[in-house]
Design a binder for this molecule. Sequence first.
Ligand code: NDP
Length: 302
Amino acid sequence: MTVSVTGATGFIGRRLVQRLRADNHSIRVLTRSKSKAEQIFPAKDFPGIVIAEEPEWGKCVQGSTAVVNLAGLPISTRWSPEVKKEIKDSRIRPTSKVVELINNSSAEARPTVLVSATAVGYYGTSETGVFDENSPSGKDYLSEVCREWEGTALKANKDVRVALIRIGVVLGKDGGALAMMVPFFQMFAGGPLGSGQQWFSWIHVDDLVNLIYEALTNPSYQGVINGTAPNPVRLGEMCQQLGSVLSRPSWLPVPDFALKALLGEGATVVLEGQKVLPVRAKELGFEFKYKYVKDALRAIMQ
Ligand code: NDP
């Protein structure tokens, strides 16, 4: 395959590029910063990789067999009105751009697959509900962002297979939620955030990359697929398991008001969660390597 990837320089994208390269696929990195991408993917380690800034994205998409769309500003920051606008725009803009480029490519040179990220935030938050791919969308800001993000990807031409991966909290070594949590635990200052009762629908980054890879290559992967492990946990349990794997206590709870003071409205991302099940992935026969959070954490922290 020849795969164009937006957000390739990020936490998930870097792992996906490694995976695609290991299987000898051609990769085209669609980035905002060629110099940053060249540092992440130096030519000596990634021979043949094509790196392109936006005016050149068209040439890359034209002739690719597939596109993976992962671009987006991280949401775990303090949400000012400007940041909220950028959280949405940074997802809609690149999605809209790649869809336009796919649709404008000549029919023979058009990618036949678009795998586009979205998030479990689509469902809103709940301490009691259980969500699968057929559950309705929530009513909060992040659900609105996800609806628009997904709707934009679905504007791809009808002859393009679109898979929307509703991603949960991704666990891996070099980024994501653990990069923020682990330092506190290592300083003996880790503990649950807020009540600890909020659901934490996680996925190991290797499983997510395998799911994206399957979606690229298997024609049965179409429409919405939750990218979460089969056994979500409450955040309190996740912190206990993390403490146990790191041989550190999980004793210092961070109260709601402190997080709200730090992150403003953005605190909802950590104070509220949702229990999401990967029903479609299971129906499709996807094999999760990491089904339990303790195994995932052990593998990551080894
Ligand atoms: P990262 O933040 O690590 O990387 C995302 C990439 O998006 C960056 O490398 C950057 O690429 C691009 N980007 C960043 N800011 C902007 C911006 N303002 N405008 C346009 N592009 C921007 O994200 P992850 O790899 O963690 O996540 C990938 C996708 O998956 C994101 O869309 C995210 O929302 C989604 N997701 C991730 C989860 C997680 O736990 N990690 C959970 C749920 C969803 P470049 O600089 O090369 O253009």
